[in-house]
Design a protein around this ligand. Structure first.
Ligand SMILES: N[C@@H](CCC(=O)N[C@@H](CS)C(=O)NCC(=O)O)C(=O)O
Length: 197
């Protein structure tokens, strides 16, 4: 198993998940400064020249969400709710980062660069509203789906923590508490604190 990784990229998601599952996968470091993501060797793995990519035997997977879905399904069933209604929220929060949070955050980045204050304020309000939706839906915890820590905590947690670190959002108190619990997880600490992501 190999994860093509750079701590300043979305490969931090599967990198953390590998630690949660306890899988021994080789991390292949891809240096953006050297343009290694566009090397012929790497383009053969991901023709888009982007991270992350993951290989296991003959299987090659790109897209951070797809890699996380694959790892959880195949290697980490304890990080997925059992089939049934519990899967509804699981799928929702797995997809929400790439389907809603990232596009809205990109709009903010775009309008920051563009310098249109009105459009920037609109984009920021939309992003904030989408964070509020997570906060409003967060129940008793301690995790997104309640008692069970799942891969949805990894997808959603890594995204919200990244946006907050970049100063794009302010986390409501209920989400701050959850992030505090995430940061105490040994797997998170191994993935982020020790290896820089
Ligand atoms: N939808 C993709 C996005 C991949 C992506 O944008 N990767 C960025 C880093 S987070 C990248 O490799 N950028 C370098 C480049 O495009 O040259 C995913 O979630 O995996």
């Amino acid at each position: 198993m190999k994860l093509y990784h750079n701590p300043r990229s979305r490969s931090t998601r599967p990198n953390w998940l590998l630690e949660e599952i306890g899988l021994d996968a080789e991390r292949v470091s891809i240096d953006f400064a050297k343009g290694e993501q566009k090397s012929p060797e790497y383009l053969a793995i991901n023709p888009l020249g982007q991270l992350p990519a993951f290989t296991e035997g003959e299987a090659t997977i790109t897209e951070s969400l797809a890699i996380c879905l694959y790892l959880a399904d195949v290697h980490g069933p304890h990080l997925v709710p059992p089939p049934g209604p519990g899967r509804a929220s699981y799928y929702r929060w797995m997809v929400y980062p790439v389907g809603t949070l990232e596009p809205r955050a990109m709009e903010v980045f775009h309008h920051k660069a563009g310098g249109d204050a009105e459009k920037l304020a609109e984009a920021k309000a939309k992003l904030d509203a989408s964070v509020e939706v997570v906060a409003d839906a967060f129940g008793e915890g301690p995790w997104v789906l309640g008692e069970q820590f799942t891969t949805a905590d990894v997808m959603l947690g890594s995204t919200l923590m990244w946006l907050s670190m970049m100063g794009q959002i302010e986390l409501p108190p209920v989400l701050q508490g959850w992030v505090g619990r995430i940061m105490q997880r040994p797997a998170w600490q191994r993935a982020f604190a020790a290896s820089g992501g």
